[in-house]
Design a protein around this ligand. Sequence first.
Ligand code: FAD
Ligand code: N01
Length: 543
Amino acid sequence: AAAQPQSVQTRSANAPADVVVVGAGFSGLYLLHKLRGLGLSVKVFEQGGDVGGTWYWNRYPGARCDVESMQYSFSFDEELQQTWDWSERYAPQPEILRYAGHVAERYDLRRDITFNTRVESAVFDERKNSWTVTTSDGVSTNAQHVVLATGCLSNARSPDFKGLKDFKGKVYHTGSWPHEEVDFTGLRVGVIGTGSSAIQSIPLIADQADQLYVFQRTANFSVPARNAKLTDAERKGFRDNYAEIRRVAREEMKNGIFQPVPDSGALDDSEAIRSEKYEARWTSGGLTFMGVYNNLGLDLAANDTAAGFIRDKIADIVKDPETARLLQPNSHPVGTKRICVDTDYYTTFNRPNVKLVDIKTHPIEEVLPHAVRTGGKDYEVDALVLATGFDAMTGSVAKIEIRGRNGQTLNDKWAEGPRTYLGLMSAGFPNLFIITGPGSPSVLSNMLVSIEQHVDWITDCVSAMRKRGVETIEATRAAEDKWVDHVNEVAAATLYPQANSWYMGANIPGKPRIFMPYIGGVGVYRKICDEVAAKGYEGFEMG
Ligand code: FAD
Ligand code: N01
């Protein structure tokens, strides 16, 4: 039998499964549905109490998607996409969670999902060509394949601020928000962080709290969402053209979002035309702001025209000049950290009960029982909101003890940064797949597009293995090395590595600095994956 890691005590065993899936977010749900379609036995483990992943955990005020709901949704079932009614341009978290529940019910998925159960370890037995997966309840399950559908932004991270554990008020993390309503009425609240989660929640917390302190280390670029109720005509516009919209998003777009494709660079236009174009996108709102020109991610001078436009907007909106200056990002090109999409973020700083505190110049020294100390000053607070993000892309994988060939752990192999072939597999770990793993477009894209593509590819691969009568598939070292070089090369040609972003692992002290996602675009990437499969799974060994 496979060697058991010492940390996990196995008490009993489940019946073996063909596939164990870790995680029941959108990835795990679609995977279960597709694998069942092959007639396989599948067991899904989810540490949360229900399906939904991201949308189960991130219940903070204002949480919603920033890819429009008509596109941030499954496309694999025509009836599903024709019948689900999204209420708003960007659906709020409770609605997206309801959608995940609806998907689970529609395909009767919950009966194969074990909730409130963490996968602690997965150990490959080279003699039997099978994995032994051990869960937090001490039960083990043998399976031919394991798929990590563990999520890229699923490992909420709380910095180790001195004194935090002795803080007397409530401490919340946006990525692990309570299920019951949190009411900040009458309270002094501190929000630490100014990423997307903070930027969505701050205006709503400011509405409730007596006093809000926003502790900002790095100012972020944010564009207005212009969220609104969807009209029947808008929904119909999508539904009547879904086949083409989805095809273009999948095949022709870099980020998997159907939108107008820019055919010129920012410096090709006069300043007046440029401003007009930026103004038009600012007015229509949303992530497509970065799609005005085709070189904003490549050329610093071009990028600076867009960055300058947003900095000017901040100066126009925010009345106090010192606060406006602090809110203007100057440390990274726009878009190289994920651009934020907000509703009333900058205007919130005009409220008398909101104060921006600069923790770049004066980092947080310590958290006292009733205050946050920075710059020699104590900011008295009754509650703290950590909007401090995630150990992204690798964090949830790293928390599982994964042992492949020769007992090597994935954490040892990835000590200098993640290494995969196509983001799908890592050499030395046969039959272990990753959904939206490092080395795939993943977090740079509309994730539903990337999730569907990975699930379809993996399902086809498992099906091909069955037809060939082989037991294992494994990435070769040579193919992996070549892919890692390619991922790095493509990233190096862009401005992205210039930012201290979570894409680079820069938000986690000690994490290797590597640009983790593949920036070649979902269309290009899909072609590569399809070609690999068409050539008999080139770069993989089957046995
Ligand atoms: P997740 O939804 O993260 O699900 C993974 C699941 O695996 C989790 O439920 C977790 O509990 C479980 N898990 C992890 N480890 C274990 C373990 N060891 N044992 C058992 N269970 C485990 N993307 C977009 O494209 N557009 C958006 O607008 C967008 N908005 C976002 C908003 C927020 C607030 C956040 C945090 C992310 C957003 N994302 C967005 C990214 C989002 O994560 C993906 O779109 C998508 O929901 C990921 O689905 P998933 O199933 O791959 O992962
Ligand atoms: O996390 P983040 P997030 N001391 O890492 C600060 C998706 N998402 O949860 O930038 C002081 O972006 C940190 O400062 P700095 C989306 O992909 C989407 O907001 O490291 N500050 C930063 O300001 C997004 O990108 C939506 O200097 C510290 C903040 O905390 C991803 O999830 C909504 C600190 C963390 O920002 C993560 O977003 C929400 C410390 N020690 C999330 N450590 C949509 O809109 C961290 N910070 C759809």
